[in-house]
Write a protein that binds this ligand. Sequence first.
Ligand code: ADP
Ligand code: ZN
Length: 738
Amino acid sequence: MQIYARVVTDDPTDKELDYSIPPSWAGKVHIGSRVKVPLRSREILATVVALVDTPSVPEPKIIAALTSERPILNKSLLALARWMAEYYCCPVESAIRSLMPEVIRKAKLGFKRERIVRVNRKIPETELQALQGKAPRQAQVFRFAVEIDEPIRWRDLQQRAATTDRTIQQLVDRGLLQAALETTDRDPYANQRFISSAAIKLNEDQQKALEMVIQSVDAGDSHPILLHGVTGSGKTEVYLQAIDHCLNHNLGALVLVPEISLTPQTVERFKMRFQTDLIAVLHSHLSQGERHDEWHKLNSGRARIAIGARSAVFAPVQRLGLIVVDEEHETSYKQEETPRYHARDLAVVRAQIERCAILLGSATPSLESYQNAKTGKYRLALLTSRVDDRQLPLIRVIDMRQEYLKQKHVPLISSSLANAIEARLTGKEQTILFLNRRGFATSLVCNQCGFVCDCPNCSVALTFHQGENRLKCHLCGHATLAPRKCPKCSDPSIRYAGYGTEKIEGTVRKLFPSATVARMDADSMVRKDAYRQTLQAFRTGKIDVLVGTQMIAKGLDFPNVTLVGIINADVGLHMPDFRAGERTFQLLTQVAGRAGRGDMAGEVFVQSSTPFSPAIQFARHHNFEGFWEQEIEFRERCEYPPFLHLLMIHVRSEHQRLAEFTAETIHRRLGEQSDPEVTLHPVVPAPIERSKGFYRYQILLRSKAIRRLSATVRSILEKLTFPEEVHVSVDVDPYQVL
Ligand code: ADP
Ligand code: ZN
């Protein structure tokens, strides 16, 4: 009986194809193996998804190559990909593709092999003395190698013993040293030393939470646990101890954190607790080689803990015992390209498939997760106070309308915030100023004719960046020199409207000339390592005031920060997005949580022109429950998630008519379906009608039965053929509605 391999190719074919396994590879091709197969006149990469006895075609072609001995994917991950394709309405091959980093998928890069030197034979002092007499340089290098007492790279030995290749080779020839090519890891953290930290004695709430998690780990119970703990309540400590329990039972763990909080500080906390080589870190700043090695460290089972951002939900942790999703409410878990998955939701599904425990943690849980906890779908663990009973910071809301009445204009920094900064400078304490908008001004507007500098590719205004004297588009990256006079009417009085972090930085420097000020946002942090250096300078007290975007909102823990100023809480609050209130509440709470994490109490100033909006008021009173109750009522009344699922179809094209026409066609087909559960909304232009040169239209659908709706949409789209210049994509449970 011959066995055939059923594969899904990396190229879009949307069919599973059968190939025969040559006898020489019998027993070596497994489900999850990566292979090369002939298709038409080419050879392409593919993933084996099943082994079958009878092929679906009479004489299948033969597999051309096996790219690795060990299967790259396991059955659980393949099952996750199938779930993903179905739920998120995407082709199976694109779901399978996203299971592997590109460097693994393409299989072009191998392990790094280096010459490693070891001491082959220890010799008595007399013999060493003799060598000293004959060949003093060799003796010195040999002594050095003995002293180090561990294998060392040839290159490193040569450098550190200040010697030559020849001297080392002579020692090898003498049989004193031994050199061999060995596989070594490209370790992104090779140059760092980590001081080990012991487990902290947990408080009562933490202990209860930990026990709940341990029970699930031991039972292989994938019923999610939501850990709701205010900022600084010791959630991370609970994660660490739960993972320690896993390791003790020979189980692995996966920790997801938002990319933005995957800071050196976060990684350090894990590396300090566990043996560093048990941990693999996956994030976007690794080199291809490092990513390759970190991934294989997990797949081979040498590393037992994976820490990473969104796509690490697919990390090949062996014998998974626990998945932790930190800051589970974070919208960056949502992938905004096909397949548009949500990593938290996938983590919950993966836990079910792998029968492991899953813990979702947050200071401000998403409405979806909290609702699940309320209805009993999730279990809830609460950490009600900060560790050691540190106080939550006092939050003051500054009514910027009053400032306007007093000063006849709206200042960037109100007098009360300025006074508070002054007091911190005197007291040698630190301040964080937060504004969720980078650049110097939001736009350039002509006083004379009202002309606004818009992006030629997108329907948004360009943002002025003073440092470079450029106008930039924050959507497509288009950049141009800032004009000196109005491009339309030539009036020289063109001025800046709005403001961003760069302007705040300038204002603070002007107000407090003696203060050291630094800025942290996507513009100032382009240089590699700038992020770590700035944080390090801030930690060591070299910076008094740190100005930044959401890059500084999350996860940072600086005991000397006693003041946080939120320059404009209204940014984002008045967007046409049903989650605007939730996002503002979360952001304010998170930013405020950066204050008062040491022994000194923290203070937060929130500047707003709509100081009585509920998101601001509830955040001010640290009242999550209150916010949740009023927000969930709004969602129910207006039929938004978590009461219904949304599904958004995006259509874009460089040709407006084509885009609109295609959207209308899809809409008509959808209208012919009569599912009483489904609400179909009309075709509308996207709020940002044009982006990166594309005209955009969208169709929104709502339904309680999302799986059924996904299936319907998928079958309709499969049957339609679209002109080449039109892109159609589906977003299930969308977050970006702009
Ligand atoms: P969160 O993740 O909820 O923001 P962390 O786990 O970062 O909180 O804890 C905040 C700080 O308190 C950390 O420095 C941590 O080491 C410390 N900590 C955590 N648990 C305890 C405890 N039980 N006793 C004393 N300190 C603790
Ligand atoms: Zn643009």
